[in-house]
Ligand binder design. Structure first.
Ligand SMILES: Nc1ncnc2c1ncn2[C@@H]1O[C@H](COP(=O)(O)OP(=O)(O)OP(=O)(O)O)[C@@H](O)[C@H]1O
Ligand SMILES: [Mg+2]
Length: 112
């Protein structure tokens, strides 16, 4: 099992959610975060207004997926979240050592 972590532009969340449901993702966690990449937030527009601060609002998505689903999920996020402009975000893949569904006690990929 892997955890896909995606930092995306807030206005892209619906498109990304729809794309992820289409490829069969069963659940996800969304967090409102602030961050910056290599432009340090200085030249990026957010809802029309230029930010003069370092941290730009982003959405962080965390999605646990079976190993064989990772490529599909990355592709879905990549296509749905891209505008072609700076600040489109990043996708990172992390290994998940173990996981449980609390209600049933199931573990591993059975929880997905
Ligand atoms: N190295 C990093 N570690 C953790 N989070 C990061 C990192 N780089 C970017 N992020 C997160 O991703 C968001 C979007 O980054 P961004 O797309 O601006 O990266 P970039 O490298 O500057 O690429 P681009 O040139 O396309 O803007 C940041 O606001 C931050 O939340
Ligand atoms: Mg950037």
């Amino acid at each position: 099992m892997k955890r896909v972590e995606a930092y995306i532009k807030p206005f892209k969340i619906s498109d990304v959610q729809e794309a992820l449901l289409k490829v069969g993702v069963q659940g996800m966690t969304l967090t409102e975060v602030k961050g910056f990449g290599r432009q340090k937030g200085h030249t990026e527009l957010y809802r029309g207004a230029e930010y003069h601060i370092d941290f730009i609002p982003k959405i962080k998505l965390e999605i646990a997926v079976p190993d064989q689903m990772v490529d599909k999920v990355v592709k879905a996020i990549m296509e749905a979240a891209r505008t072609g402009k700076i600040g489109d975000g990043k996708i990172m893949i992390l290994p998940v050592e173990q996981a449980w569904r609390i209600r049933t006690g199931e573990s591993g990929e059975d929880i997905l």
